[in-house]
Design a protein around this ligand. Structure first.
Ligand SMILES: Cc1ncc(COP(=O)(O)O)c(C=O)c1O
Length: 464
C-alpha cells in the first residue's frame, strides 16, 4: 500500500489527484504509456447537461455522452436523491430467489415500452452481462425446445457486443493472442454498409445482399446447429451504419424460417439515442431477445437487462423445475432500478425522445457542411447517433489505416479545444439528448477547425 503525501481528494491539488490516478487507477482502454507520457490524465469532477469539468476546472463538451450513456444529460440531482432514499430503505435482496419493489416496477415499465410483446425482463449490471444473458437464453431455449445441437451464434464482422468472454467472442476487438480460444461456434457475416459495401453494391441492394449472406451462413453452418443471430439495429462502435428497413425484415423472416432466434443489441441504440425509444421501431420488426443497458439509467447507476417475448419464456413456464443456468448477484439492484425509473420519468416529462430526434435533424444538417473537407468521405447516422467517416481519398474511399497518425492528431486537436468524442475511422457525434443547437454549433466548429489543421499537416498525403 502506498502512503499518501497529501490529504484525500478534496484538499489535494489537481496535479496530485492526476498523479494518484496515474499511480493507482487502471484505465480500461487507453494504454498507460499514452496517458502517462503524452496525453496526460484527465480526472473529471462535475457535469451539467452536455458539459463536463475536470479537477483543473477545464470545461469540455461531451460529444459522446460518456460512451453513448448519459442520454438524460449530466448533473441530474433528482436521480441521485431517489437513489439515496432507496439505499436507506432497502439496498439489497437476493436476486437468486427474490426481487424488490423497484425491480418489479421497472420490469413492468420496460414491458410497456419495449417493442412488441417483449415483456419478460432479466436484469444485469451492464451491457456485456445483458449480452451474455441473451446468448445463454438463446442456447438454453433451443435445447429446451428439443434442439440441443443448436448452439452456434452468427454475429456481424466489425461489431462490438462487450468485453466479457462470451460477448467478446462476438466482438471485432477480440484479441486471440491473449484470450483465445474464444467461445466455440461463433461465425461472422458482413455488416450492412452502404458506403463501402463488401459486395460492391449501393443503397438497399447492398443491405439485401448482406441479409442474404446471413441466410447463406445459416445454411453453410447447418440450420439445425444455429441458435441465434445477433446484431445492433444500427451499428454504433462499428461505424454507425443505418441499414434499410428491408435488411431487418429479411433477417426476421430468415430467422423464423430456420428456427433461429434473433437478438437485437440495443445497449447503445436504446432510450432515444436514434430518435425513437428503440431503434427496432424504425425497422418494423421485433426481435426475440433484446439487450439494453447504458441509457436505461443514463449512467447514473450500472444496470442492463435482457428482455424476451412470452414465446421465448414459455419453455421455462412449461417445464417444471427448470431455471436458467445463470445468476447475477446484482441483477435488478433496487438502487439502480429507482435510478432507471427516475430517468424514464425525466424522459417523459421532458419529452426527451422527441427532443433528441429534433436535435438529430439539426446535427445532420450541420455535419453535412463538413463534407466540404477533403477527408470527410461520408456523413451518416440518425437521431443523436451520428458519425463522419475520415478518408485519405474521397474518390477511392481509401482509409487512413490503423497505424496512420491522422485520426490521433484530430483527436488531440479536438481535446485541446474541449470537445470529447471518439475518433478513429469515424468521428462520432452522440451528445446527450438535452444538447442545445448552440452546443451542436460549437461541436461542429471545433471539428471543422481540427480537420482543417490536421489536413494542412498531412496535405502531401491527401490522395485527392
Ligand atoms: C452494442 C453494445 N453491446 C454491449 C456493450 C457492452 O456494454 P458494457 O460496456 O456496459 O458491458 C456495448 C458497450 O459499448 C455495446 O456498444
Amino acid at each position: 500500500m502506498s502512503v499518501r503525501t497529501e490529504e484525500p481528494t478534496k484538499t489535494m491539488s489537481p496535479e496530485a489527484i492526476e498523479q494518484d490516478a496515474l499511480d493507482h487507477v487502471w484505465i480500461h482502454q487507453a494504454p498507460w504509456s499514452d496517458i502517462a507520457e503524452n496525453e496526460g490524465m484527465r480526472v473529471f469532477s462535475r457535469g451539467k447537461g452536455t458539459t463536463l469539468w475536470d479537477v483543473r476546472g477545464r470545461e469540455y463538451l461531451d460529444g459522446i455522452s460518456g460512451l453513448w450513456v448519459v442520454n438524460a444529460g449530466h448533473g441530474r440531482e433528482e436521480i441521485g436523491r431517489v437513489m439515496g432514499e432507496q439505499a436507506g430503505k432497502l439496498a439489497y435482496a437476493s436476486a437468486m430467489s427474490f426481487t424488490t419493489e423497484p425491480a418489479v416496477e421497472l420490469a413492468h415499465k420496460l414491458a410497456e415500452i419495449a417493442p412488441g410483446d417483449l415483456s419478460r425482463v432479466y436484469f444485469s449490471s451492464g451491457g456485456s452481462e445483458a449480452v451474455e444473458t441473451a446468448l445463454k437464453i438463446a442456447k438454453q431455449v433451443q435445447a429446451m425446445r428439443g434442439f440441443p445441437r443448436r448452439y452456434k451464434i452468427i454475429a456481424r464482422r466489425g461489431s462490438y457486443h462487450g468485453m466479457t468472454h462470451g460477448a467478446m467472442s462476438l466482438t471485432a476487438a477480440r484479441n486471440e493472442n491473449y484470450f483465445g480460444p474464444f467461445m466455440y461456434g461463433v461465425s461472422y457475416v458482413p455488416h450492412p454498409n452502404q458506403y463501402r459495401s463488401d459486395f460492391g453494391l449501393e443503397g438497399e441492394e447492398a443491405d439485401v445482399m448482406a441479409a442474404r449472406y446471413v441466410e447463406q451462413e445459416i445454411e453453410n453452418q447447418g440450420p439445425e446447429t444455429v441458435a441465434a443471430v445477433i446484431g445492433e439495429p444500427i451499428s454504433s462502435a462499428a461505424g454507425v451504419h443505418v441499414p434499410s428497413k428491408k435488411y431487418w425484415q429479411m433477417l426476421r423472416e430468415i430467422c423464423d424460417r430456420h428456427g433461429v432466434l434473433l437478438i437485437a443489441d440495443e445497449v447503445i441504440n436504446g432510450f432515444g439515442r436514434t430518435g425513437t425509444m428503440f431503434a427496432t421501431e424504425q425497422f418494423d420488426f421485433q426481435p426475440d431477445i433484446l439487450t439494453i443497458a447504458k441509457g436505461l439509467t443514463s449512467g447514473y447507476a450500472p444496470m442492463g437487462a435482457t428482455i424476451v417475448s412470452p414465446k421465448v419464456f414459455e419453455s421455462f413456464k412449461d417445464q417444471k423445475a427448470v431455471a436458467m443456468g445463470h445468476l447475477l448477484t446484482f441483477g435488478g439492484h433496487p438502487v439502480c432500478a429507482v435510478a432507471a425509473l427516475k430517468n424514464l420519468e425525466i424522459f417523459e416529462e421532458e419529452n426527451l425522445v422527441a427532443r433528441g430526434a429534433e436535435m438529430g435533424v439539426y446535427l445532420t444538417q450541420r455535419l453535412e457542411e463538413l463534407r466540404a473537407h477533403p477527408t470527410v468521405g461520408d456523413v451518416r447516422g440518425v437521431g443523436l447517433l451520428q458519425a463522419i467517416e475520415l478518408v485519405q481519398s474521397k474518390s477511392k474511399k481509401s482509409k487512413w489505416g490503423k497505424e496512420h497518425p491522422f485520426a490521433k492528431r484530430v483527436s488531440e486537436l479536438l481535446m485541446e479545444r474541449g470537445f470529447i468524442t471518439r475518433t478513429w475511422e469515424v468521428m462520432h457525434f452522440a451528445p446527450p439528448l438535452v444538447v442545445t443547437r448552440e452546443e451542436i454549433d460549437r461541436m461542429v466548429t471545433i471539428a471543422d477547425e481540427a480537420l482543417t489543421i490536421a489536413e494542412k499537416e498531412h496535405a502531401k498525403e491527401l490522395e485527392d
